[in-house]
Design a protein around this ligand. Structure first.
Ligand code: ATP
Ligand code: GAR
Ligand code: MG
Length: 389
């Protein structure tokens, strides 16, 4: 049995812990608040501020884990290099977690070092610098804090009057201590995908899951589906780029590599060195192993014979509308009564506007219409109401 220190205990962590429990592992789930989803199913838990390096050191020292598995980006990841030197395996690697928590590190690696095609981009540390950046890359463009996730602090500049607003919004939405933003040329893509990529130990080959399509609003995913319609040329290009970037980051585990598919080619956007939110569609048993099981197997160096598409599926998010610390749900019975449908409520102890509280999962046979499955997921997610009790 291995001891896993899971840093971040949201919905993705919860499914990962379930996968770990099923293979007899021990998990200490960590987050900034009590009763977080993954804590509800782990053997043990800790509540700390993960951006506090000393607090991190203390729990690593206390639990002496075999593996540290980051589940969110907002962690004092610089400390990971030290843990790695102490002989702890940071998943997938200290470099992967550290580079991806800062958009600058991962973007420069992808675009400059590895030569992957990305949107044109500039960095800015003030509203004036942002103005210059916008002049250079043109409008519309997308502004994001260097440190943020799930669309926090992200906005689109369409005219000069938006620049100051975009700067203020990015600063407000920035996590961590760096006040700097990236401005990216707006890519008018036809679709976007997540390519779940599994790197393995012992010289075993990198594996790819069938591509996942998704739709985003406010920088956060609303529906995802698998498989996405992608031409074989585009898929081959995406796989090649995913292989390059995951190899450069090192280690074993699953990565969610995000791409924009446009008329002028495939753009690398960013990646998560961990299960991806859009990959929750694999909870509809679209594959022989879901993304959490794949992450665990890769970490433990367990064989993954192959990854196969078992059926088509979709996920649609259930969002809260208001703040509450007494959350309950209406409509579960109605959704549960539908065929080829399932759902997950994450059991987050509190809600706030737009907080993701659950997902509805729909599926059908491999040759069925993906469009119909997505429509069904979306419609059924709309039937679940997050309420006070
Ligand atoms: N340069 C761009 N051109 C067009 N759309 C973009 C661009 N950058 C981001 N977007 C849109 O915004 C979404 C969120 O962007 P991104 O993935 O960079 O944000 P994030 O905060 O890291 O989100 P998450 O952590 O949930 O992956 C993208 O999936 C895409 O729909
Ligand atoms: N795009 C990243 C992502 O989906 N992360 C997932 O959301 C949780 C935070 O949710 P919360 O903000 O509702 O606590 C994280 O812990 C992770 O599971
Ligand atoms: Mg993203």
């Amino acid at each position: 049995m291995k001891k896993i220190l899971l840093l971040g205990s949201g919905e993705l962590g919860k499914e990962f812990v379930i996968a770990a429990q099923r293979l007899g592992q021990y998990v200490v789930a960590v987050d900034s608040y009590e009763n977080a989803p993954a804590m509800q199913v782990a053997q043990s838990f800790e509540v700390i501020n993960m951006l506090d390096g000393e607090a991190l050191d203390a729990i690593v020292e206390k639990h002496q884990p075999d593996f540290i598995v980051p589940e969110i980006e907002a962690i004092r990841t610089e400390r990971f290099y030290t843990y790695e030197k102490q002989g702890i395996t940071v998943v997938p690697s200290a470099k992967a977690a550290n580079y991806t928590m800062n958009r600058k590190a991962i973007r420069d690696l992808a675009a400059k070092e590895l030569g992957l095609k990305t949107a044109d981009y500039r960095y800015a540390t003030s509203a004036e610098e942002l103005q210059r950046a916008v002049q250079e890359i043109g409008m519309p463009c997308v502004v994001k804090p260097l440190m943020s996730s799930s669309g926090k602090g992200q906005s689109v500049i369409k005219e000069t009057a938006d620049i100051q607003k975009a700067w203020n919004y990015a600063v407000e939405g920035s996590r961590g201590d760096i006040i700097e933003v990236i401005a990216e040329a707006f890519v008018s893509f036809n679709s976007e995908i997540t390519l779940l990529t599994v790197t393995q130990n012992n010289q075993l080959p990198t594996l790819f899951c069938p591509p996942i399509g998704h739709r985003q609003e406010r920088g956060d995913y609303q529906e995802s589906w698998q498989p996405a319609h992608v031409s074989s040329e585009q898929l081959a290009t995406a796989c090649e780029m995913a292989k390059k970037v995951t190899e450069a980051l090192g280690g074993a585990g699953i990565f969610g590599v995000e791409f924009f598919l446009a008329d002028d080619g495939v753009y690398f956007s960013e990646l998560s060195p961990r299960p991806h939110d859009t990959g929750m569609v694999t909870l509809a048993n679209t594959q022989n192993f879901n993304e959490f099981e794949l992450h665990l197997r890769a970490i433990l160096s367990l064989p993954i014979d192959e990854i196969t598409l078992e059926r088509n599926g979709a996920s649609a998010v259930i969002l809260a509308q208001k703040e509450s610390n007494k959350v309950s749900y209406n409509g579960i019975e109605e959704v549960a009564g539908k065929s080829k449908t399932d759902l997950r409520i994450f059991s987050k102890p509190t809600s706030r506007p737009y907080r993701r509280m659950g997902v509805v999962l729909t599926y059908d046979a491999v040759n069925s219409s993906i469009e119909d499955i997505v429509v069904r997921a979306k419609e059924l997610a709309g039937k679940i109401e997050v309420n006070d009790f």
